[in-house]
Design a protein around this ligand. Structure first.
Ligand code: ZN
Length: 607
């Protein structure tokens, strides 16, 4: 009997930054796989979401002057927007701050506790805040995080431990019995070697910060972010009607997450008495124009920007076709444009346009199919996708598109006016639309509309019904390479959602002011109270956080730039009637107020 349901998950993204191409790559492939299974008539559950707890989020939120929940609430919509732009058709977007998840995590821990696999101990180790993980001295050369290349902190804290070491034999046996549990194979070998070397118990709670799920039975502790996050896949199946989807068919992840998902996760599930997922696929990383994607390098390209420039389907096609899933790949706009032009426009677009134009002019006549059958193609695509080879599946499909283009050349229907030939070609377009729909959903919809056909598996084996076709709109306009030269700007320029119009900016009144008086704030260590002449009848009182950075007398009679129409705010009991502008170094160790380059009268406007 064939399987009726299919449960696929992506990594849940850590929301300390905004979505970039790397995040998008994984979601696109998971989306195509989920659409492929849905197309075949399975009941599919496709889960994605965000990972929102941990010290790194708490720290990032603090820097942004926000509470952690307020901060994550401001980031999550950006992920949802990006997935919408890319047609990522998920069934649930889970957040680890969701109530049902918190409840499931606590129940899960209780199950593991009941089994005797949790004990209280002391942990001392080298910790990377960036990774939210401890490193052994062996993994961390020069006490540096191997991923972030930053010094590790030595942390000592009371912690609950999970008896991971107990599961060494279980895990090795499980990998052996289930060769498709860890894919691709080279990653399986890495994991096996590492487990054989050492498998220590895992610290699963923290006391040094509060932003996490309270540990059951001991409110001093919060659950370690990885122990919390992994459980999301299970949480999503604990609502009514979704139970049938567990165990998951496929967890799709980046290779940096392999250890957590192939070692911690199955041991946790085994301990809690829950079935293990079937396959954990660990894909490679994308670089951007040959460089590692990194916030500090400033090359985190926004997927929305790429979609607005080239369209969602071209982006999807490029990342799936260019890199074998599992291996490392590169994202290059010039390459994207090349594939858009030579494959999508010249091959697919051209075929659809030629065939529908001729079919409209000449007409169709139904005939049994002879030359352009797709049964072999379907089988090959199925085999490729069973092995998660999206690039290969697309190669097969484009080989068929080539075959159709050659067939047009050879049969010359514009000369022969052969309606049967055109029927056979139009029928092939139907199959192409159906088979390409998981990869290029927008394009498939357009072809389906032209042919008035439903995008379903059943339609593959049914001959095209219609005998009249209208010519298709142009599906892919060629992109000039010039555009490629103006490479999409990286994060140095704010994303569209963060920019303001000139009109909005002009609402802000900035003025030159002269500091007449400087006093200590009576109730605040860091604040000074300034009396400032903004060219108005009376001076204003402005509270500024400059005390650590300037001696009072050094500010006296200086001219600086002020925001003059800021809503007054009471800071520790004193109303501030404006704000001084200052340059702040990244670590906030330096704060330097801005001043006009030459002397100018107080009250002058800044534009
Ligand atoms: Zn790190």
């Amino acid at each position: 009997m064939t399987q009726k349901t299919y449960y696929i998950t992506t990594a849940i993204d850590y929301v300390n930054g905004e979505p970039h191409i790397g995040h998008a790559y994984q979601k696109i492939i998971a989306d195509a796989l989920s659409r492929w299974h849905r197309l075949q008539g399975k009941e599919v559950f496709f889960l994605t979401g965000t990972d929102e707890h941990g010290k790194k989020i708490a720290d990032t939120a603090k820097k942004a002057n926000k509470g952690p929940k307020e901060f994550v609430d401001s980031i999550v919509p950006k992920f949802k927007e990006a997935w919408k732009a890319l047609n990522i058709n998920y069934d649930r977007f889970i957040r680890t701050t969701d109530e049902d998840h918190k409840k499931t995590v606590q129940e899960f821990i209780k199950k593991v506790q009941k089994g005797g696999d949790i004990y209280l101990g002391k942990y001392e180790g080298l910790y990377c805040v960036g990774c939210e993980a401890y490193y052994t001295e062996k993994d961390a050369q020069n006490n540096e995080c191997p991923i972030h290349k930053k010094p590790l902190e030595t942390i000592k804290e009371e912690s609950y431990f999970f008896r991971l070491s107990k599961y060494k034999k279980f895990l090795l046996d499980h990998y052996k019995k289930n060769p498709r549990f860890i894919l691709p194979a080279e990653r399986r070998n890495e994991i096996i070697n590492r487990i054989k070397e050492e498998l220590q118990d895992l610290s699963i709670s923290r006391t040094s910060f509060k932003w996490g799920i309270p540990f059951p039975g001991n409110p001093k502790h919060v659950t370690y972010v990885w122990f919390d996050a992994l459980i999301n896949y299970y949480t999503a199946t604990q609502t009514k009607g979704k139970e049938k989807f567990w165990p998951a068919d496929l967890h799709v992840l980046g290779k940096d997450n392999a250890w957590f998902h192939t070692v911690y996760w199955p041991a946790m599930l085994k301990s809690a008495g829950i079935k293990l997922p079937k396959t954990i696929f660990n894909h490679g990383f994308l670089t951007v124009e040959g460089q590692k994607i990194s916030k500090s390098l400033g090359n985190t390209i926004s997927p929305i920007k790429i979609v607005s420039k080239y369209g969602s389907d071209s982006m999807r096609y490029y990342v799936m076709r260019a890199t074998p899933f599992g291996e490392d790949g590169d994202f290059s706009e010039a390459e994207l444009i090349k594939r858009h032009n030579t494959e999508l426009a010249d091959k697919l677009g051209n075929l659809i346009s030629r065939v529908t134009t001729l079919a409209e002019a000449i007409g169709l006549q139904k005939t049994p199919l002879k030359s352009l059958k797709t049964d072999k193609l379907i089988k090959k695509m199925q085999e490729s996708l069973e092995n998660y080879q999206t690039d290969k599946a697309l190669n097969e499909l484009f080989a068929f598109i080539d075959q159709c283009n050659t067939f047009v050349q050879q049969t010359k229907p514009w000369e022969t006016k052969d309606k049967k030939i055109l029927y056979e070609l139009t029928n092939a377009l139907k199959d192409i639309a159906i088979l390409i729909s998981p990869f290029l959903p927008e394009t498939a919809e357009k072809i389906a509309k032209t042919l008035n056909v439903e995008l379903s598996w059943k339609q593959l084996s049914l001959p095209l019904k219609i005998e009249k076709v209208k010519k298709s709109e142009i599906l892919f306009k060629k992109i000039e390479m010039k555009q490629a030269e103006q490479k999409t700007q990286t994060v140095q320029i704010p994303k569209a959602s963060q920019t303001i119009s000139y009109e909005e900016f002009s609402k802000m009144q900035l003025k030159v002011g002269k500091i007449l008086k400087v006093e200590d704030h009576p109730n605040a260590e860091k604040l000074l109270v300034l009396s400032v002449d903004l060219g108005e009848p009376t001076p204003r009182t402005i509270v500024a956080g400059l005390k650590k950075h300037y001696k009072k007398e050094s500010l006296l009679n200086k001219k600086a730039i002020f925001v003059a129409n800021l809503q007054p705010a009471t800071l520790r009991g004193i109303e501030s009637q404006g704000m001084i502008l200052a340059a702040v170094s990244e670590d906030e160790s330096q704060i330097i107020f801005l001043t006009p380059e030459k002397d100018i009268k107080e009250g002058s406007n800044i534009r």
